[in-house]
Design a protein around this ligand. Structure first.
Ligand SMILES: *[C@@H]1O[C@H](CO)[C@@H](O)[C@H](O)[C@H]1NC(C)=O
Ligand SMILES: *[C@@H]1O[C@H](CO)[C@@H](O)[C@H](O)[C@H]1NC(C)=O
Ligand SMILES: *[C@@H]1O[C@H](CO)[C@@H](O)[C@H](O)[C@H]1NC(C)=O
Ligand SMILES: *[C@@H]1O[C@H](CO)[C@@H](O)[C@H](O)[C@H]1NC(C)=O
Ligand SMILES: *[C@@H]1O[C@H](CO)[C@@H](O)[C@H](O)[C@H]1NC(C)=O
Ligand SMILES: *[C@@H]1O[C@H](CO)[C@@H](O)[C@H](O)[C@H]1NC(C)=O
Length: 251
């Protein structure tokens, strides 16, 4: 009986899908596909990774192509040819008849070279090119750095870039995952020591270790499901979601 219930709970959501869904990820190192242990961004926890032994947040067989690149700004991503790789991946998924969702998350490096509006113009261009290929852009605000003030709040330098991403999502009428706000809420709730345990190295407040990719990959999966309720092949992880939504450290 239990076995049947489990089987049905796995099969029913799949039957409700109108078309198979694919994901393509675009962004910087905080999204990127880490290919050594304790590297990569939330994309590893979202797509899953055999290299970093990170379970996927998606139903088995769901294509998830992580084209994010370390150090990228919206400008360098295009200039260095990574955007062409993203576009090729998007074209390939759409050509297979799949509903193709493309996440775009920048800001960490853009903030070092130009005002938010420059990133905003480039995000707008990306959104329009994704739509021209009949795929769906999903804007994502920057994952927070785990940089705390003495009073336990986050010393946030990415706010204006998150706000710009939100503005473009409104102007272009795209889905938005406010990862910046959700990640600040969570790390402020768990506090500095548990938050820093998710760092790639103790003093690296930007990049993630394997545990960090699991936590923030789940956070993105849950934000994605909230934005597209029950439309996507996302697997539930109730225990981890409970920890995230109740401010409990998992690691
Ligand atoms: C990450 O890179 C590895 C090695 O190139 C590749 O096998 C894997 O498919 C990539 N993962 C994603 C999610 O794109
Ligand atoms: C946006 O793209 C332009 C090139 O089209 C580039 O000059 C500019 O630096 C980019 N902005 C950022 C923040 O990368
Ligand atoms: C907050 O971050 C800024 C750089 O963005 C830095 O100059 C400042 O020292 C930081 N404050 C604390 C309390 O760490
Ligand atoms: C997705 O969201 C819906 C609506 O809130 C919820 O009922 C469902 O359990 C969620 N699915 C997953 C996989 O978290
Ligand atoms: C949730 O947090 C508890 C307490 O820290 C931990 O024991 C448990 O492993 C966490 N669960 C998941 C799925 O991360
Ligand atoms: C991840 O969490 C597990 C369980 O708490 C722990 O044993 C491991 O050392 C952590 N990994 C890192 C890189 O901190």
């Amino acid at each position: 009986m239990l076995r049947l219930a489990i089987a049905l709970s796995l099969v029913l959501p799949a039957l409700c899908q109108t078309a198979p869904t694919s994901f393509v990820l675009v962004g910087d190192s905080t999204t990127a596909n880490g290919t050594t242990p304790n590297s990569g961004g939330w994309g590893n926890g979202f797509c899953g990774s055999t290299v970093t032994s990170t379970p996927s947040s998606l139903a088995p067989g769901t294509p998830c192509i992580n084209t994010a690149h370390n150090g990228a700004t919206t400008g360098s991503f295009v200039a260095d040819g990574f955007w062409d790789i993203s576009l090729a991946a998007i074209r390939g998924e759409v050509a297979k008849g799949r509903r193709t969702l493309v996440t775009i998350q920048f800001g960490h490096n853009d903030m070092k070279i130009a005002p938010p509006e420059s990133m905003g113009q480039n995000l707008t261009m990306m959104v329009q090119q994704i739509r021209a290929l009949k795929a769906e852009p999903v804007l994502v605000t920057s994952l927070t750095r785990r940089d705390f003030n003495n009073d336990g709040t986050i010393n946030d330098s990415l706010g204006p870039w998150a706000d710009q991403t939100i503005l473009i999502s409104q102007q272009q009428n795209t889905h938005l995952l406010d990862l910046h706000a959700a990640s600040i809420t969570y790390v402020e709730a768990i506090g500095p020591d548990p938050a820093h345990r998710l760092n790639r190295t103790p003093d690296d407040n930007t990049h993630l270790n394997n545990n960090g990719t699991i936590v923030f990959g789940r956070m993105v999966a849950d934000l994605m499901n909230a934005s597209f309720p029950n439309q996507l092949p996302i697997i539930a992880n109730p225990a981890l979601t409970f920890n995230i939504t109740h401010g409990i450290p998992s690691f």
